[in-house]
Design a protein around this ligand. Structure first.
Ligand code: 48F
Length: 256
């Protein structure tokens, strides 16, 4: 009995990770924009793997604002809430409130149910750079990074990589720092996030969602960070719409 439990876990985990060594899309970061992207990409039949360094995916959505576990979403993103079967209540004008725990768990559940494979406790430390294109990610256990252990990583190959790492825009920064390349931004570099301006930030999160280098796309707060957009605080419509947009961009690119 004891042996079955252990070997069952080992065999099924190894099967899952082995089948993910080459994917259509690798998503770095399990925040709301990455989860929405994972769902729409998997629903299109693409092979999707998401890598999240924390124990629980969900990023900055669980905690609402100052740990008041409610968030705000505007009218333009309600269709995504409906698709994920998330409840919401009208508050005022175009703004709706919702329970951040129900919302976050629904995004995770539906991304997985659609077929995206989610690997938690894994941290992406670099990209694969072939023929002037991002062609995969370099992966290690998050505790290896936290403990600063000198342990080499493994590699996941991907046709497209999404940097959904939030405010840090980790992957875009690593790509730029290591490869002497120009990103698809005004300066050719990571512009860096600006202070808080809700309306502007919500709009530019979606606008800035794009391919910033062949093979590397940005979504959510990473999109704003890379292109010098503002932060927006605990309103999430832009994040959800950004996830949907990046999925559509990648789907049409891969279908070409
Ligand atoms: O920041 P995050 O929630 O991403 P997002 O989709 O959403 C932003 C909002 O939550 C909020 C906001 C809107 O009001 O401003 O901040 O842009 O989630 C990013 C996830 O990426 C993980 C990190 O732990 C978090 O869960 N992450 C960051 N770097 C890495 C990573 C990495 N190198 N490897 C793996 N995961």
């Amino acid at each position: 009995m004891e042996q079955i439990v252990s070997s069952g876990i080992i065999d099924s985990y190894f099967k899952k990770i082995k089948e993910s060594l080459s994917v259509d899309v690798a998503i770095v970061g399990g925040g709301p924009s990455g989860l929405v992207a994972a769902y729409y990409l998997a629903k299109k039949g693409l092979k999707v793997a998401m890598f999240e360094r924390k124990l629980a995916p969900g990023g900055g959505m669980w905690g609402g604002a100052m740990m008041f576990n409610e968030i705000v979403v505007q009218k333009g993103a309600l269709q995504i809430l409906d698709e994920f079967k998330i409840d919401y209540t009208h508050y005022e004008g175009d703004y709706y409130t919702l329970d951040s725990v129900q919302a976050t768990s629904s995004l995770i559940y539906h991304a997985g149910k659609a077929g995206a494979r989610i690997f938690n406790c894994t941290s992406v430390e670099d990209v694969v750079f072939h023929n002037n294109k991002v062609s995969g990610i370099v992966l290690n256990w998050a505790p290896v990074h936290r403990e600063r252990l000198h342990v080499d990583p493994l590699v996941i190959m991907a046709q497209a990589v999404i940097d959904g790492t939030g405010h840090d825009c980790d992957i875009a920064r690593i790509l730029e720092r290591k490869n002497n390349i120009q990103l698809n931004t005004v300066s050719g570099k990571v512009q860096g996030e600006r202070s808080l301006s809700v309306d502007e930030a919500e709009r530019t999160t979606v606008e800035n969602t794009k391919e910033i280098f062949p093979g590397l796309y940005v979504s959510g707060m990473a999109a704003n960070g890379v292109s010098g957009g503002f932060r927006m605080g605990p309103i999430f419509g832009g994040m959800l719409l950004s996830g949907k947009k990046v999925a559509a961009l990648i789907t049409s690119q891969i279908n070409k």
